[in-house]
Design a protein around this ligand. Structure first.
Ligand code: ADP
Ligand code: MG
Length: 285
C-alpha cells in the first residue's frame, strides 16, 4: 500500500491535476485508490464530479468533528474513492490551534480505516501552503510527490519545502520520503524545460546525503505536457480518461502511473534531448 502526499506550497503547478488523473489511471489499472482532498478550494472534489457541501460530510468533519474517513468517503468510479473537501476546511487551521496532536488526526484515521479495508494507493491533494492541513498530509503519508512547473522560478521555494519535509520526518514521521518530482505543464522542445531538468538534477545531487528524506528522490521521466484537454476536464467533473482518453494528457498520466507502479516510462514521452542522452547506443548505431 502506498500513501502519497502531492505537495508544493506554490499554487498552479499541477498538484490537483496530478492527484486526480494519476489516481484515475491507477484505479483504471485495477488498484483500489483513495483521493483525500485537503485543499479548502475543493478542486479535486469538483474535478471528480462531486459538489462540495452537497455530497455529504467532508474532511473538515474528519479533522474537527471526529467522523471517520469511511463516513466521508464516496466511490466516484470503479476502484476510485474520494474523501472530499469543503470551504469550511479553511477554518480547521484555526479551530485546531488548541488541539493536542492536531497534526496526526488524519494519520490516525487513515491507519484505522486501512486496517479494516486496505487500499493500494492513497493520494492526498494538498493546499498551496505549509499549514496544519499540509502537516496532516505529511504525517499520514509515506511518500511526497512534488509537482513542478518547468519555468525559471521552478526551484524557488523548493528549499523551504524540503526543509519542512525534513522537520516532519525528524519529529513526527520517520517513514517520510520524497518519492519524486513530476514535471507538469511541460512545453516540449523549449530550451527552458531542458535547463530546469538539469538544474533539478544538480539540485538533488548537491543535497544527497544518506539520511535526508530526499536521498532516493527521482525526477519522473514522464513529463506532463501542456495540454488544453487537461485544463478543460475539471469543469466537466471528469478525469482526463473519461473526458479525452486519446489526448496527450491521458497518455502522459497513463505513463506516469506506469512509472509510479515501477514500470519504465514509455520512451515516446521523453523529450528528444533526453532520449539521446539516456540512450547513447542509438547515436552509435
Ligand atoms: P495546483 O493544484 O498546483 O494549484 P492545478 O492542478 O489546479 O494546480 O493546475 C493549475 C491550472 O493549470 C488548472 O487550471 C489546470 O487545469 C491547469 N493545468 C494543469 N496541468 C496542465 C497541463 N499539463 N496542461 C494544461 N493545463 C494544465
Ligand atoms: Mg490544487
Amino acid at each position: 500500500m502506498r500513501r502519497i502526499a502531492v505537495l508544493n506550497q506554490k499554487g498552479g503547478v499541477g498538484k490537483t491535476t496530478t492527484t486526480v488523473n494519476l489516481a484515475a489511471a491507477l484505479a483504471a489499472e485495477g488498484n483500489r485508490t483513495l483521493v483525500l482532498d485537503l485543499d479548502p478550494q475543493a478542486h479535486a472534489t469538483l474535478h471528480l464530479g462531486l459538489l462540495p457541501g452537497r455530497s455529504g460530510p467532508s474532511l473538515y468533519d474528519v479533522l474537527t468533528q471526529g467522523l471517520s474517513l469511511k463516513e466521508v468517503r464516496r466511490e466516484v468510479a470503479p476502484n476510485l474513492h474520494i474523501c472530499g473537501s469543503h470551504i469550511d476546511l479553511a477554518a480547521a487551521e484555526v479551530e485546531l490551534i488548541g488541539t493536542v496532536g492536531r497534526e496526526t488526526i488524519l494519520r490516525d484515521q487513515l491507519d484505522a480505516m486501512l486496517e479494516e479495508e486496505p487500499f493500494d494507493y492513497v493520494l492526498m491533494d494538498c493546499p498551496p501552503s505549509l499549514g496544519i492541513l499540509t502537516l496532516n498530509a505529511l504525517c499520514g503519508a509515506r511518500e511526497v510527490f512534488i509537482p513542478l512547473q518547468a519555468h525559471f522560478l521552478a526551484l524557488h521555494g523548493l528549499s523551504k519545502l524540503l526543509e519542512t519535509i525534513n522537520l516532519v520526518c525528524k519529529r513526527v514521521n520517520r517513514d517520510l520520503k520524497v518519492g519524486g518530482v513530476v514535471l507538469c505543464l511541460y512545453d516540449a522542445g523549449t530550451r527552458l524545460g531542458g535547463e530546469v531538468i538539469d538544474d533539478l538534477d544538480n539540485y538533488f545531487d548537491g543535497r544527497k546525503h544518506a539520511n535526508a528524506p530526499w536521498a532516493d528522490a527521482t525526477v519522473f521521466r514522464t513529463r506532463i505536457r501542456r495540454n488544453i484537454r487537461l485544463a478543460e476536464c475539471p469543469s466537466f467533473g471528469q478525469s482526463i480518461f473519461q473526458y479525452a482518453p486519446t489526448s496527450r494528457g491521458a497518455e502522459d498520466y497513463a505513463s506516469l502511473a506506469g512509472e509510479v507502479q515501477g514500470r519504465p516510462a514509455a520512451s515516446i514521452w521523453l523529450t528528444p534531448e533526453r532520449r539521446v542522452a539516456e540512450e547513447p547506443h542509438s547515436l552509435a548505431s
